[in-house]
Ligand binder design. Structure first.
Ligand SMILES: Nc1ncnc2c1ncn2[C@@H]1O[C@H](COP(=O)(O)OP(=O)(O)OP(=O)(O)O)[C@@H](O)[C@H]1O
Ligand SMILES: [Mg+2]
Length: 377
């Protein structure tokens, strides 16, 4: 006999807590892929999350509760992402050992690689692969994750106070990679990729940019930068002496100039052209800094990498990636093919989730990847 159902069956949802928005996504596996079965988002009170860190636990918990209530979803368990300066991901090479042995050894080894005192950190690791050196030493590559305990504590408390059970904590950039590239390497549309090439991923949101480098579907490098959408807005506010909200409005409407249309600006007719030009100039300066920052990260990766020598393709995501003509600037500045990436291009979307997620196509990626991660463990 089938068990008696007490309402909707509990499912795992992905919860993405950001500076501007909290998002929830629910997925289910279908065939070799996924279907998005629920989606919602809510604004975060100003200052409750700063550069990816929850500072006001109560306010975040209240927002999560409100979002879940109004979403019509009935999640019990959730998986959350963390992404801020207090999470560090490092690819390290160690002499080969069994997984069980590594578990113990990593505690002693980790401090050499991470800037957080080991006693204040929560550690996790993933074995990426093993190889023989030219001198016949058996080595292994390990992706080490260290997160500061206090920061994790706030995230856990916010979720629990919202009435959810925390099933898993993930690194947000891993979730972004998963949502864009598939849950496992077997579904990777990667066959055309030549050996020695990596893909860069840039996810721009309000308070943070997540930069990642992926090889054969596996994230091998990730870093966050505080140069993101809010900084672009702030640069406009400073240059025109505007409030943040006024500058935000101007940013969305003016964007960057089209680099292929030298000197030909087409501003909305109700905006004073001098003002629009000043805003664009401020944005251009900020985007130059942004490009330099991304390039530093990618160059760092390339100097560390043993085999890969080029990053020819970059996937651009996050709400902030919608800045008009940004992709063209990045393409030129980073000397790579830059494409706007969209998780909805390879997963199915159930009718009840379609309207909400389509309105947030670029912003949805982390929540979707977190939900997928919750399914696959
Ligand atoms: N059309 C657009 N053009 C330029 N920027 C945009 C556009 N739409 C949204 N943004 C920017 O995207 C940012 C909001 O992104 P999002 O809601 O994903 O942030 P978040 O997930 O809350 O923050 P974070 O993850 O960084 O803590 C804002 O800076 C906003 O200005
Ligand atoms: Mg975000």
């Amino acid at each position: 006999m089938a068990p008696i159902s007490l309402g909707p069956s509990p499912v795992v949802v992905g919860l993405d807590i950001g500076t501007d928005h909290i998002r929830v996504a629910q997925v289910k596996p279908v065939g070799g892929s996924f279907m998005l079965t629920g989606y919602a988002m809510v604004s975060v009170p100003m200052g409750a999350v700063v550069e990816g860190e929850i500072v006001d636990v109560e306010a975040v918990a209240a927002s999560v509760r409100e979002m879940v209530r109004s979403s019509g979803l009935h999640p019990r368990d959730c998986t959350i992402g963390v992404s801020n300066q207090k999470v560090v991901v490092r690819l390290i090479d160690l002499p080969y050992m069994e997984r069980s042995e590594l578990q113990g050894a990593i505690q002693y080894q980790a401090q050499d690689y991470i800037p957080i005192p080991i006693e204040d950190a929560i550690l996790d690791f993933q074995i990426i692969g093993d190889y023989m050196t030219s001198t016949d030493e058996h080595m292994m590559e390990v992706l080490l994750v260290a997160a500061q305990r206090d920061m994790i504590g706030n995230a856990v408390r916010a979720v629990e106070e919202a009435g959810l059970r925390l099933q898993q904590i993930d690194v947000t950039s891993f979730a972004i990679v998963r949502a864009l590239m598939g849950a496992s390497t077997s579904v990777l549309p990667d066959e055309a990729d030549e050996a020695g090439e990596a893909t860069g991923i840039i996810h721009i949101s309000a308070g943070l940019t997540n930069i990642a480098v992926v090889e054969k579907g596996i994230p091998r490098f990730t870093r966050v930068s505080a140069l993101a959408g809010n900084q672009f807005t702030q640069a406009i506010a400073n240059s025109l002496n505007l409030t943040f909200d006024e500058a935000e409005d101007l940013k969305l409407r003016v964007g960057l100039p089209d680099i292929n249309q030298h000197g030909q600006s087409d501003f909305p007719s109700d905006i004073d052209p001098v003002r629009a030009q000043t805003a664009q100039d401020a944005l251009e300066r900020e985007v130059s800094k942004f490009i330099a920052e991304v390039r530093r990260s990618l160059d760092y990766y390339l100097t560390q990498a043993t085999q890969v020598r080029t990053i020819r393709k970059i996937l651009l995501t996050g709400s902030g990636a919608q800045l008009r003509f940004l992709a063209g600037y990045l393409e030129k500045g980073l000397q790579a093919e830059v494409k706007l990436a969209d998780p909805l291009s390879w997963i199915q979307v159930a009718p009840q989730a379609a309207t909400l997620v389509q309105a947030d196509r670029m912003g949805a990626v982390a929540a979707i990847g977190l939900a997928m991660g919750g399914m696959t463990t």
